[in-house]
Design a protein around this ligand. Structure first.
Ligand SMILES: [Zn+2]
Length: 140
């Protein structure tokens, strides 16, 4: 998904969080967590071609050639940890913001891509060797 959609959704969620909590910290945390998760595509691209790039057109089109989808930060396991940490820290607004931004990002990606829903579990991707043909409903 293009970053502009995550930026738009995260901004909307951040405004809602700010309206409800009156916490600028929670709103900023929501925005950052909802957008920065995609940085793992840069890591995947580095593993594919051995150099870093922030060129969106370059990064979004290489997975078919790479044949793998690693995206370590896109995982329900990390989302679960974020939610648990939120409760451990007595539902601090900072962690609520992080968790909501993370949830928003994962929901958007889950419905936007032709990935099998279980492919968003890092352990599932590891078990299937990160192979795109095992993770997607159809080759992207
Ligand atoms: Zn994403």
């Amino acid at each position: 998904m293009m970053p502009k959609w995550h930026i738009l959704a995260s901004t909307t969620l951040a405004v809602v969080i700010f309206t409800i909590t009156n916490s600028f910290t929670a709103a900023v945390a929501c925005f950052i967590s909802g957008t920065v998760i995609d940085i793992d595509h840069v890591f995947d691209y580095y593993l594919y071609c051995g150099r870093l790039s922030l060129d969106i057109s370059e990064i979004s089109g290489f997975y078919q050639h790479y044949g793998k989808v690693i995206v370590v930060l896109h995982s329900y396991e990390l989302l679960f940890v974020a939610v648990i940490v939120t409760f451990i820290f007595h539902v601090h607004v900072l962690f609520i913001g992080v968790a909501i931004g993370f949830v928003g990002h994962m929901l958007m990606d889950t419905f936007a891509y032709e990935m099998k829903p279980q492919s968003y579990f890092l352990l599932y991707r590891i078990r299937n060797g990160f192979k795109i043909e095992k993770l997607c409903n159809q080759k992207q």
